[in-house]
Design a binder for this molecule. Structure first.
Ligand SMILES: *Cc1c(COP(=O)(O)O)cnc(C)c1O
Length: 385
């Protein structure tokens, strides 16, 4: 589906994300380029970012790497996931959930989702556990954390590793425990569109397990031990972190809670406005509460394509995240059992539509988006039924 954002006055992806940071970024490039350390990767700034994040989370270790996808790969590799193993992943979500498993040599096993949170359902996952299952990899989605107590219990019951794909959920908290700290390891992504996005690629692994942390550290830099260069203990990757971006993130870290709070405020406003639309074919997530994160604000719309067009006419950009389930993607269909269905994931793929959600949206813009959605819900829909 194409969304004509070119004419939109409220784009889905904001074009001016880093406007105020331009000076700082240029200064950083200059100071690293002329500094005595001469390290554009894995220098003191990366170490400081890791330490500040670790401290804020109260975690055992935080290891910065080249992307959220790479963080998942490093964790799966460190856990020894490989050929002959199965990893249970959500049937609805982003490609890395399946591709990182496939690239490790293991097989992704797709679990259907909860119809409200759109995250993997622990009961569905439980029915898929076999003697070959090595790990569970639920993911937080849009604005909901997955049922991590349910997955923790399932993992413990069967002695499985728990990988928490918290790429989108930095700042989320469930039962007092931060997103990223529920799994044996969690990850965050810093790619531009994420809540702690930056002008480039990067991510981190979060873990309390010192052996896992040590192995992830080795694996991100060609299996070296970090003390003696060119001593390779494991077959690793190039998944290092950029110093310029580490500096950028260190500067922006203090402002993250305020930006997350503004996202939460906008999401709450949308949800209040949309609550009455449930019997008019638009289901919105409930207002706030425990276990929420505010990465993407997605409604489920019965007449989604018509809503996209209606919003575009009113200058509002929107975005379909995942128009297909993962097992329906040609890349991953070969790993799905023939004839199997994921009815809730398929329904979410048909109906989800994300609305603009970023901290620098003005109240007037947020109101305009909400008005446009509400006006659509009240139009005559007989032609589209
Ligand atoms: C964005 C995302 C990733 C991948 O992060 P990148 O930094 O883009 O590689 C993984 N999992 C989920 C759920 C994501 O949303």
């Amino acid at each position: 589906m194409t969304v004509p954002t070119a004419t939109a006055s409220i784009p889905f992806f904001p074009p001016d994300l880093f406007e105020t940071d331009r000076e700082a970024l240029l200064e950083t490039v200059y100071s690293i380029g002329t500094g005595t350390e001469q390290k554009f990767i894995l220098g003191e700034r990366t170490a400081r970012l890791e330490e500040e994040l670790r401290e804020g989370l109260g975690a055992g270790d935080v290891v910065a790497c080249s992307s959220g996808t790479s963080a998942l790969t490093l964790v799966l590799t460190a856990m020894g996931v490989g050929p002959g193993d199965e990893v249970v992943v959500p049937a609805f979500g982003c490609a890395p959930l399946a591709s990182t498993v496939v690239n490790s040599g293991a097989r992704p096993v797709f679990a259907d989702i909860d119809p409200l949170t759109l995250t993997a359902d622990p009961a569905a996952a439980a029915s898929l556990v076999t003697a070959r299952t090595k790990a569970l990899m639920p993911a937080h989605m849009f604005s909901f954390m997955a049922d991590m107590p349910g997955f923790r219990a399932l993992a413990d019951r069967h002695g499985l590793r728990l990988v928490e794909d918290s790429a989108v959920a930095q700042g989320g908290v469930l039962h007092g425990r931060p997103a990223g700290r529920w799994g044996d390891a969690g990850v965050y992504s810093f790619v531009q569109v994420k809540t702690f996005g930056m002008p480039g690629e990067g991510g981190v692994v979060v873990t309390d397990d010192p052996r896992l942390a040590r192995d992830v550290r080795m694996l991100r830099n060609h299996g070296q031990d970090g003390v003696r260069r060119f001593h390779h203990h494991r077959v690793g990757y190039n998944s290092r972190f950029d110093e310029v971006l580490a500096d950028f993130q260190l500067r922006r870290l203090a402002g993250l809670p305020a930006r997350l709070a503004r996202r939460a405020e906008i999401a709450a406003y949308y949800s209040e406005r949309f609550a009455p639309l449930a019997d008019r074919g638009i289901t919105a997530p409930p207002v706030g509460g425990d276990g929420r994160c505010h990465y993407v604000y997605a409604v489920l719309a019965r007449r989604r394509d018509a809503l996209v067009a209606h919003l575009a006419e009113r200058g509002v950009g929107s975005h379909v995240y995942y128009p297909r389930t993962l097992p329906e993607q040609p890349a991953f269909a070969p790993y799905a059992p023939g004839g199997a269905r994921w009815p809730r994931a398929e329904s979410a793929a048909r109906r989800n539509l994300a609305l603009p959600l970023y901290p620098h949206l003005s109240d007037a813009e947020v109101e305009h988006v909400a008005d446009a959605v509400c006006a659509f819900a009240h139009t005559d829909d007989t032609e589209d039924r």
